[in-house]
Design a protein around this ligand. Structure first.
Ligand code: BTN
Length: 255
């Protein structure tokens, strides 16, 4: 565990109890198993490395051992199942705020929840939930954050970076983990008590997708705003609007 030895969460409701694992398949899978066995709200699973780390949209998540944060939190909010994706939006905002504390420059959110610095990704979020009947039994919030590597994982140099690379000197994962848990606690707390609308001004201000012409799946348009439910609203070339709920945002051709 190294610099995470003896870690104690500074957050009131997130990060305890905690399991620090060496090499699980995916911390999201471990957290789901633990949740189905009764893990409480806030339980944390962290891995030094994962053999089957997962990203969004069926991608793999690669993270060299000992350098980064690979964690999953068990959450038990009172939320409609359809609102589960808002957890990822609130988490992206909290993560951006947390990492910015360690950097000389701003951290932004690429919709829906990539955290970027200077246009390069430093963190990603993968939310998975389980239903009991018509309600959410639990949500697992997975976070991968590039912290101490001098460079991003091989092959990702053009699209990713690390906190250390941006800051120019080393930092402690324990310090970053503490800041992440505190920021997630604040932003998720607001989400669970007041709803996503209360986070929209802060999220919109940080969202580097807005104001650009983008393509998401089959839709292309100017990314105009975030809808109250977190969808990305595109203004199409024919002046109609469409709300998109998932997918990869890429610059529109010719933009
Ligand atoms: C993405 O940006 O595609 C989401 C990446 C999420 C990666 C984290 S690492 C910890 C947790 N366990 C996983 O298997 N995935 C998430």
């Amino acid at each position: 565990m190294g610099d995470l030895d003896g870690f104690l969460s500074p957050a009131r409701s997130l990060g305890s109890p905690a399991r620090f694992l060496d090499e699980p398949g995916s911390t999201n899978d471990d957290a789901k198993r633990w949740a189905s066995e009764g893990a409480p709200h806030g339980a944390l699973v962290h891995a030094e490395r994962q053999t089957r780390g997962r990203g969004r949209l069926g991608r793999a998540w690669r993270s060299p051992p000992g350098e980064n944060l690979c964690l999953s939190l068990v959450l038990r909010p009172t939320l409609a199942p359809s609102a589960a994706p808002t957890v990822a939006l609130a988490a992206g905002l909290g993560l951006a705020e947390a990492v910015e504390r360690f950097l000389p420059v701003a951290a932004t959110v690429k919709w829906p929840n990539d955290v970027r610095v200077g246009g390069l990704k430093v963190a990603g979020v993968l939310v998975e939930g389980a239903l009991r009947g018509a309600s959410l039994e639990y949500v697992v919030l997975g976070v991968g954050l590039n912290v101490r590597g001098e460079a991003p994982p091989p092959g990702l140099e053009a699209s990713a970076t690390t906190l250390r690379a941006v800051r120019g000197r080393d930092l402690s994962r324990a310090e970053v983990l503490g800041a992440v848990l505190l920021a997630l606690e604040a932003r998720l707390g607001t989400l669970f008590t007041e709803g996503l609308e209360a986070l929209l001004p802060a999220l919109s201000a940080r969202c580097d997708t807005l104001g650009r012409r983008v393509t998401v799946g089959d839709e292309t348009g100017l990314a105009e705003s975030l809808a109250p439910d977190g969808a990305l609203v595109l203004l199409r070339d024919d002046a109609s609007r469409v709300a998109v709920y998932a997918g990869d945002v890429v610059p529109a051709q010719g933009s």
